[in-house]
Every structure is written in C-alpha cells, then in structure tokens.
Design a protein around this ligand. Sequence first.
Ligand code: FES
Length: 276
Amino acid sequence: MEKHETELITFKVQRYDPEKDNEPHFREFTVPSSRGMTVLDGLIYIKENLDSRLAFRTSCRMAICGSCGMLINNYPHLACHTQIEEFRSNTLTIKPLPNLPIIKDLVVDLIPFFDTHKAIKPYILRHDAEEMENPTTEFAQSPQALETLLQFTYCVKCGICISACPTSASDKLFVGPQALAQCYRYCADTRDEGEQERFPIVDTDHGVWHCHLAGACSEACPKGLDPALAIQLLKRRVVSRAIRLGRKQQPSSKVPPPTQTKPKVPFPEFTVKGAK
Ligand code: FES
C-alpha cells in the first residue's frame, strides 16, 4: 500500500464566545495532515484531540447539507469540500463567514438568511388551489424547460454567496444572491404562476436593483451555480412584467393520471433470502 507523508499544519482559528469574550481572537493548533485530508477533517481533529470547546457546524461531510461554510485563508469555502493541500501553505487561517452574525467561534446565525429564503416562497405557486391542496397528478415540465433553470436547483443554502457579496456587506436589508436566485428559479419554472406574490419582495431598492453585478457570488459558489446570472434574468422578468412585455405565463398543464398501474417487477431470487 502506498505510504503518504504526514505534514504539520498550523490552524489559526478565530474564537469568539459572546458570553465570555469582548472581541474575537485567534488560537493556533498544530494538525497532522496527510494527503486527501479536508479542512473539516482538521477541525474535527482539533475538537477530538486538542480543544473540545471549538464550535463549528458540519453534517453530511459531502458538500450537500451546506453546514460547513467558513472563511479559509480569507476566501469562503465549504470546509468538507476543501482539501488542506489545495492551499500549498503550512498555515491556514480560519474565520466564520462574514456578513452573518456570529453565534460562537465558526458558527454563524443563519436564521435571517433562511427567513429571507422562506419569504420569496421557494416552492411552486399556482392558482388552482384545489389541485395544490389535494394533488391528483403531476404538472408537466419539458426537459428543455427544466434545462433553463436546472443549475439553480442545486443550491445547498450554505450562505457562501452572501458572505462573498459586497452589497450584502454594505446593505443589511439586501435580499441577497441566494434568495434572488431562488426567486428566479421558481418564477422561471413553467409550472409556476407566483411572480405576483414574489415580486413585491425583489422589485425594491434592497432587491434586484441593488445588485451591482460584482459577480462575487458566482465566483464563490461551491456548487458552481451562477446566482449573478439569475439576478440579471430576474431583473428582465421584473421589467417585462411591469411594462407588460412578457407573455403572460400560462402554467403548464396537468399530466393525465396513469390509466394503468405499473407492473410489479419481481425481486430477483438471489436478493430474497429463503425465497422459494
Ligand atoms: Fe455538509 Fe460540508 S458538512 S456541506
């Protein structure tokens, strides 16, 4: 088996406990790092071996849950998706995501972020309330229509776009790239007719019109989304609706319910122990 060398890396971690500390300060830890080790692995090593009081968030460890966003060497990353060797440095400086209030150490308060996300109603809205309440079938969506918004469905709500955005840094009321991109994702969905309910939130001085197209959100997104593009497309939708240029979007029709139930596929015998 191939043997990988272990290197000693200094983790300079920002600490802050609002109940005890007047201001944030740094503490250094030495972490043995081997090939393939992520920054999150390093933080887990510190917590398990050096300081159990270090606070950070993690859950999936595979860039899906969006919990582990943090500033690593002054750039926002998902710690579970970032290998230590990517930085080619023996020192890593780790801080909580900016533009969000700190709860403790590397844990930031995401409640305001999720409140804004909820406010834009990130789900399909239609006028046929009866069908929405008691669905009888699915709403049609062509593969081509899905393609136009597919990338925006991959958002993991990590808050990294907000932490990178210069407008979020200067305007605490700014809706932010995450919620604006999700607003576009649902308004552009051919099954949806919820623009009227969402636009009062985004068609404001703190909404799409405060985006200066710095592009930092798209640069930083760990899932490769382009929220800056979504915001520009959302601006176009807002204007089109205001001057009645856009075709009134007719939501897609319902798919006829299946006429016959799918035939049951029998389990292969080898998977069913003791099957006759
Ligand atoms: Fe889930 Fe990093 S732990 S995204």
